[in-house]
Design a protein around this ligand. Structure first.
Ligand SMILES: [Zn+2]
Length: 132
């Protein structure tokens, strides 16, 4: 279990930091990557805290699987965004432009269940259907 967690963390960081795509312009690409990395960093730190508690207090890592699923969904979500050419003209594009100007106010609503980023006006998660 612990080796798997460590691998997932190492792999995740490598993947997140080396990702590049030429279909999107540089600033948009950097915005996506920054948002994705911020989201992943938060999740990796939650995992790290669980690990600490297991080592220090022998608490079982009961929520580790849920967090790892969120990490996988987060990576998949942003890869889809980076790979999508349609992003140029859709609603997300407008939001990312807004987000670029207001860097401290990411204009996305993240699902509590699966951690996929949804449009700010969405009432239901586009990935799992949970209420937002
Ligand atoms: Zn969801």
């Amino acid at each position: 279990m612990l080796e798997k967690v460590a691998d997932s963390i190492k792999h995740g960081y490598k993947e997140a930091s080396s990702y590049a795509h030429k279909k999107l312009d540089e600033s948009k690409r950097l915005t996506y990557i920054a948002m994705r990395n911020a989201e992943l960093k938060k999740l990796y730190s939650e995992l790290g805290e669980l690990y600490y508690k297991e080592v220090k207090f022998n608490e079982p890592m009961l929520n580790a699987k849920k967090i790892i699923t969120k990490i996988e969904n987060t990576k998949r979500h942003w890869e889809d965004k980076l790979n999508s050419e349609a992003v140029e003209s859709d609603e997300y594009s407008q939001e990312v432009k807004y987000t670029t100007i207001n860097k401290n106010k990411p204009n996305f609503k993240f699902c509590q269940e699966c951690n996929v980023g949804n449009s700010i006006n969405a009432t239901q998660c586009e990935h799992c259907g949970a209420r937002l």
